[in-house]
Write a protein that binds this ligand. Structure first.
Ligand SMILES: Nc1ncnc2c1ncn2[C@@H]1O[C@H](COP(=O)(O)OP(=O)(O)OP(=O)(O)O)[C@@H](O)[C@H]1O
Length: 895
């Protein structure tokens, strides 16, 4: 196995087993790791739609191509292919009979006057009779019985010296032995071309062979043995006469030669006119004259005159050797009004080429100009052979490009379409059978016999020429039968049978059919030995069928690829879904863990705060109890033993107080004060005031309560740890209290044990001061001891103050008892006595009371006069706004 090594600047080695990318199959492994989903790049790639292959032409085209076209791609195997026909003709050892020889000698004498040297063989002293091999009279070529192969036997001396063995060349279309006649050659070799020409197909016949092998004899022949050109003209004009006088078919002859100019360059000479040398543009000869011919005699006369102008010379190998490549074109046309535009497009050309035979200097004895002509002749023959060889190799191996050997000579440039397999061509190889000609024959057969493997792919179809009207009409019945056969063919057979087989089937069926009309009068006979070609309709039908078939196959392949890709994508989708599900599960578990972690953190924080509160309460209780005062403690339920639920404790501190029971009941429950206990009233008033202060912020940001309380509790806690809390304890007479200036904002509460009996808690900032700063009546009211327990506890304690009492106090305060201030000032040693005093608003007090007494279960209806028996008169005056506000407050506090 070769390795694929690609080095910059070096060669590229193509892998025999190219690297194949791993491709996901339909049975996708669903057990793949979720973290390794297949990417889209692993999806099987979809090949491009082979539109070029679908539209590639495998059948004969209708439009003739006259211009050079680029090399066509190699044909598919199922296309209609026609091999290049190669014939072989063996010249007899004693070719000339007496009469023929005399005639030939006369012609030779008439032509040799124009060539030089006149008789080089004489000058060189080389005479044919001196060749000992020629005296042997033995033939080195043996034709097989089937006339399709020959055996080339080397002469005895070569067998002995070089141990050369016999060679067998087979596969020829036909091998014409030495005894074959011109008519036989024409019928088997040229007539098919002529028939195709008459049916509108172009073709070419080219004669190849060494000098003196009989090429010119085969092509032009002699008066006694007319060659292929005269016989073709006869056939053509015979067919034209058969079409009747109404036929508008005309034929045009053009004859020119390509010869060496001064032994170096090439030139084109028109043999039908006296024009100077012609030029070639691409594959067209400019200025080439086409002479219309109307009958055989006119055509033969024209050809005879042209041959007189052809360059010939006597060599040692041939007394009348051709020194140029001669081409005769017979073009069929119609007499129509606009011949320039239409006649050319509807014409077919039959070209017959008589090449100059390859020469060996040793045998010809050429010198000087003859030698230069020999070089030109040999070069042209070599280029001709190279073109065919390149075409053959290109067809064998499409990777091999079709070489442009045709550019190396004018002849090959002119015959480019034929040499590239675009037009039908027939080759006739001529050899001499003498032992002395063994090497020439062997070389030719070795070189030219492989040409029979050349296939013509893009052969033009016959156009509908007016000359073939009758032919078309007469063959229409046969074509109809073909169509019927095609229509009757089974669909499966049509799909799987190649066009060639279909054609053979049709031909076979045609042979079974009886004669239908006159099919032999003009044009091709369907029963001829050549295979019957499909007409344009059948070709179009066949092409349409092939395109449809290829399209269906290509579409099927593309659909299969898409299906495979879809399966892979579905599998990937399933894997991704599974991954997503797993990720969701993981996310839920992580959220649970996060919640648990948060709860733990909250518990620890709340525990600290709650513990602080409990400590403060305990301190307060101990202090109060130690002072023998009546304790107005905090309901320990507020300091729920479950400190982990401190959030509820904080958030529901007030609601729990105001909740199910009224403020009075709450006060009684917690403080157990006597009815109308001013301390409780005061505490409740404080609480309501604190709430009144905190409500606005709590309304918008309820959580701030917790944060603020928690923060302040921490601060208080740190401070209370340092110093015992100051408990404002009052006696029956309000004796004042010592409240820190920063209280309650800083939460600093200083305990003055010496004045503990005269302390009245003025906590909660200025509100407390205002609350404590009672009028004279209020100050005279006995004040129960209250506790200062930090901010949280402060709120709790504040709530113990009855809003009703606050209201009464405020109302009394509004009286502005002058003594109250004195008493207060004297009784309270508070450092805040200099602060501006704030008064509770009656509405806020009412609001606090509303909150305390509001029961959410009262269906949120404004309470009128009949709202409740136990409600005060102010309760009955609740407005809708107050109810909404209360409801909102309660809801937020519940949160
Ligand atoms: N099949 C044949 N039967 C009888 N005579 C033949 C045959 N083939 C060739 N000859 C004779 O052989 C001689 C040489 O033939 P011809 O000139 O055709 O050879 P050529 O291949 O054309 O040579 P060159 O390439 O030099 O032109 C002619 O006199 C021709 O009459």
């Amino acid at each position: 196995m070769e390795t694929n090594i690609t080095t910059p600047g070096s060669f590229i080695t193509t892998r025999r087993n190219p690297y194949r990318k791993a491709r996901s199959t339909a049975l996708y492994n669903t057990s793949r790791l979720p973290s390794q989903p297949s990417s889209s790049s692993e999806l099987p790639e979809i090949s491009s739609f082979p539109i070029q292959d679908i539209l590639s032409e495998n059948v004969q085209r209708n439009s003739p191509t006259t211009t050079a076209a680029p090399p066509s791609p190699p044909p598919p195997h199922d296309s209609v292919l026609e091999n290049l026909k190669v014939f072989l003709r063996v010249r007899p050892l004693v070719p000339l009979k007496a009469s023929t020889k005399n005639a030939g000698d006369q012609q030779a004498r008439s032509r040799t006057k124009n060539v030089w040297p006149q008789n080089p063989s004489k000058k060189n002293g080389v005479k044919e009779k001196k060749n000992p091999l020629k005296k042997s009279g033995e033939s080195c070529i043996t034709v097989s019985d089937d006339f399709c192969s020959v055996t080339l036997s080397p002469p005895l001396r070569l067998q002995e010296t070089k141990r050369t063995k016999s060679e067998v060349y087979e596969g020829f279309s036909h091998v014409f032995s030495a005894e074959s006649t011109q008519s036989e050659v024409y019928e088997k070799m040229v007539n098919p071309l002529v028939e195709d020409f008459l049916s509108g197909k172009s073709g070419m016949l080219a004669a190849l062979g060494p000098t003196g092998s009989g090429k010119t004899h085969t092509v032009f022949g002699s008066p006694r043995e007319p060659g292929m050109v005269p016989l073709t003209l006869k056939r053509i004009f015979k067919s034209a006469q058969g079409c009747g006088s109404q036929s508008s078919r005309r034929f045009y002859l053009s004859i020119f030669e390509i010869c060496a100019e001064r032994g170096k360059a090439e030139r084109i000479c028109d043999l039908t006119s006296d024009r100077p040398d012609l030029s070639m543009q691409q594959s067209t000869i400019k200025g080439l004259q086409e002479v219309p011919v109307h009958d055989v005699a006119e055509a033969e006369l024209l050809i005879a005159r042209a041959l007189l102008k052809r360059s010939t010379a006597m060599t040692n190998a041939n007394s009348q050797s051709s020194r140029s490549q001669c081409i005769i074109n017979i073009r069929g046309g119609t007499e129509i009004s606009d011949p320039e535009n239409n006649e050319q497009s509807n014409s077919a050309v039959l070209s017959i080429v008589d090449l100059a035979g390859a020469e060996r200097e040793k045998r010809t004895g050429n010198q000087g100009a003859r030698l230069a002509e020999s070089n030109f002749i040999n070069n042209t023959s070599m280029v001709f052979g190279l073109c065919l060889r390149s075409l053959l190799e290109h067809q064998k191996n499409p990777k091999k490009a079709l070489q442009k050997h045709f550019q190396n000579s004018l002849l090959t440039r002119y015959l480019r379409d034929y040499l590239e397999g675009k037009k039908r061509m027939t080759l006739i190889l001529t050899v001499k059978s003498g032992e002395e000609d063994y090497l020439d024959a062997s070389y030719l057969l070795r070189q030219a016999s492989p040409y029979m493997k050349i296939k013509f792919t893009n052969i033009e179809a016959q156009p509908n020429l007016p000359c073939n009207k009758r032919q078309i009409q007469t063959t229409s019945k046969a074509e109809q039968s073909k169509k019927m056969k095609l229509d009757n063919l089974d669909a499966s057979m049509v799909i799987f049978l190649s066009p060639l087989k279909i054609e053979e089937k049709i031909v076979g069926d045609e042979k079974q059919l009886p004669d239908q009309g006159d099919m032999t009068t003009c044009g091709a006979d369907l029963k001829s030995s050549t295979p019957v070609k499909l007409n344009s309709d059948d070709l179009m039908k066949e092409r349409t069928h092939q395109i449809t078939q290829r399209f269906a196959k290509a579409l099927w392949n593309v659909l299969k690829q898409h299906n495979e890709r879809l399966k892979v994508a579905e599998n990937e989708n399933q894997i991704l879904k599974e991954n997503l599900r797993n990720e969701k599960k993981k996310s839920i578990e992580m959220e649970k863990e996060l919640r648990s972690l948060r709860s733990c953190c909250t518990c620890s924080k709340d525990n600290s705060v709650a513990s602080t509160v409990v400590k403060v309460v305990e301190n307060f209780e101990s202090i109060v109890l130690s002072n023998g005062q009546k304790f107005c403690g905090i309901d320990e339920t507020k300091l729920d033993s479950d400190s982990s639920n401190h959030i509820n404790l904080e958030c529901s501190s007030c609601p729990r107080i105001f909740d199910s029971t009224s403020a009075e009941d709450q006060r009684n429950k917690k403080c157990s004060p006597e009815k109308g206990d001013p301390v409780a009233t005061e505490e409740q008033g404080k609480c309501s005031e604190v709430l009144n202060q905190n409500i606005p912020s709590n309304l918008s940001e309820p959580e701030c309560i917790d944060d603020k309380l928690e923060h302040e509790a921490k601060v208080r806690n740190s401070e209370t740890d340092a110093s015992p809390p100051i408990i404002c304890v009052s006696n029956e007479n309000y004796q004042g209290c010592q409240i820190p200036e920063s209280f309650p904002g800083t939460g600093n509460i200083h305990e003055d044990s010496s004045e503990s009996n005269n302390v009245v808690a003025e906590h909660l900032d200025s509100i407390s001061h205002e609350t404590v700063g009672l009028s004279g009546k209020e100050s005279s009211t006995s004040v129960q001891p209250c506790q200062q327990l930090g901010e949280n506890n402060e709120d709790t304690l504040d709530l113990l103050v009855s809003p009703k009492h606050i209201e009464q106090t405020q109302q009394e305060d509004l009286v502005d008892d002058p003594d109250s201030g004195v008493k207060r000032n004297t009784s309270c040693n508070s450092p805040n006595k200099e602060k501006p005093r704030r008064r509770l608003l009656p509405k806020s007090s009412i609001l606090v009371r509303e909150i305390s007494t509001y029961d959410a279960d009262e269906n949120d209806k404004p309470k009128g006069n009949g709202g409740g028996k136990n409600l005060a008169a102010s309760d009955r005056q609740r407005t809708q706004g107050s109810i909404s506000l209360i409801r909102l407050l309660k809801n937020n506090l519940r949160l």
